[in-house]
Write a protein that binds this ligand. Structure first.
Ligand code: AMP
Length: 406
């Protein structure tokens, strides 16, 4: 039976999946994650579709992504010895200004993607390391790149640019937007389960350790909170979210901080962790309930409400809000705080449904429907990879007319 492997490399983690191509949609038979790559506390955790738990601590540590990839591929080969891998799908954070869909990787396209590493130095090199390891391991399989930026290429120019002279736009200083695979999953899910809403104005709140929002019309992105890098927009686990660029100048000029120190501050020491001084983890902050933890949660919710209102204005109104990501899917408190005061926008939260983690958490009379939909980026990658091998079997993303927004 033919299979697809999915690989999704973060700065210190590697998510993976093994899918069979036996029906009209790829089916996951094993998904997992390698955590804490680069430390001596590395850990592999995986679950199979028949309920087996695989992996465990790796006492000798995992020094880098290449090694992590080898551990994953060894584990899959051991557990699923008969699996014929026909394609490997890779999450690649940056596709540049023009790539609006997955591509089949060739030596030339791989080199072109390497040229984008300066735009995403904390992610792109690891993503491409994964590609090289997979090519070595599966030289005959199709290697498919799925870009986090691709879903947002339908942005109108006003949401793609900064107010800088045009030469900066031309050199690639643009609002790319990220989390595109998650938004694509939600858009396709809505198309199948709620076609009327899919055709309308929807804001998707992907709230996890990384967090962003995307405004869609007709299933296409018209605006998102993330910009040139995955730092902008909402505060995150350890990233600051929107920040006056004057702060960076001040830290450099007046406080003598280096680019490296500021990078460390903005990417790894800010957000929920920075504000609380305690943890980047929303569940932990909700449980401890100290003053600093409460303030961090308040700031997160405040910025989320602000971004929701701003995107509703961009969309010219609102028909649905979708919560997804670890926080969006699980935090009753965060959903309550974001939606509780949004009556002016037509959102009426059903508090019981929210507490029960129902799929629809707005009241029947709410003008805006509020939903919770678990995201599945791995499935989006597996579908894309499968399409390159069996184009007639695995249809493309439902294509809809690009919205016309000035
Ligand atoms: P993700 O990056 O999408 O895996 O999401 C991770 C975030 O989801 C972390 O901040 C977790 O604390 C948060 N999270 C997961 N489960 C819950 C929960 N039950 N309540 C609050 N936050 C949660």
């Amino acid at each position: 039976m033919t299979h697809v492997v999915t690989l999704n490399a973060g700065s210190s983690s590697l998510k993976f999946g093994l899918f069979t191509l036996q029906s009209d949609d790829p089916v996951a038979i094993c998904t997992g994650v390698v955590d804490r790559i680069g430390s001596e506390e590395a850990h592999i955790g995986a679950k199979t579709s028949d309920g087996r738990v695989l992996g465990g601590a790796v006492p000798e540590g995992i020094p880098d992504h290449l090694e992590a990839m080898n551990h994953v591929l060894d584990l899959l080969a051991q557990q699923f010895p008969g699996a014929e891998i026909v394609a490997v799908g890779h999450r690649i954070v940056h596709g540049g200004p023009d790539r609006d869909r997955p591509i089949l990787l060739t030596p030339d396209s791989l080199q072109a993607l390497e040229g984008l590493s300066p735009f995403a130095p904390l992610h792109q090199p690891y993503n491409l390391q994964g590609v090289r390891a997979a090519i070595r391991r599966f030289p005959d399989a199709a290697q498919v790149a799925c870009f986090d930026t691709a879903f947002h290429r339908s942005h109108p120019w006003v949401n793609d640019t900064f107010a800088l002279p045009p030469e900066y736009y031309e050199m690639g200083v643009r609002r790319y937007g990220f989390h595109g695979l998650s938004y694509e999953y939600i858009a396709n899910h809505l198309a199948k389960t709620a076609p009327l809403l899919h055709g309308g104005r929807v804001i998707v709140a992907h709230l996890g350790n990384g967090a962003s929002m995307c405004g869609m019309i007709n299933g296409r992105s018209v605006g998102s909170s993330m910009g040139f890098t995955a730092l902008d927009g909402l505060p995150m686990g350890t990233r600051c979210g929107q920040l006056d660029p004057g702060v960076v100048l001040y830290l450099m000029e007046q406080k003598g901080m280096s680019a490296e120190e500021i990078t460390e501050l903005l990417y790894r020491k800010s957000g929920l962790l920075g504000l609380s001084g305690l943890s980047n983890d929303m569940r932990t902050l909700e449980q401890v309930g100290t003053g600093a933890a409460r303030r961090a949660i308040s700031y997160f919710n405040f910025r989320a409400r602000r971004e929701l209102g701003a995107l509703a204005a961009v969309l010219g109104g609102l028909d649905a809000v979708v919560f997804t990501g670890g926080i969006g899917e699980n935090s009753v408190l965060v959903r309550e705080r974001i939606c509780g005061s949004m009556g002016w926008l037509g959102i009426e939260l059903d508090h019981d449904a929210n507490t029960d983690h129902a799929r629809i958490i707005s009241t029947p009379l709410s003008r805006v429907q509020v939903m919770v939909i678990p995201t599945n980026e791995e499935l989006v990658i597996a579908r894309a990879a499968a399409r390159f091998v069996y184009p007639e079997m695995y249809q493309g993303q439902l294509d809809t007319a690009a919205p016309d927004i000035a």
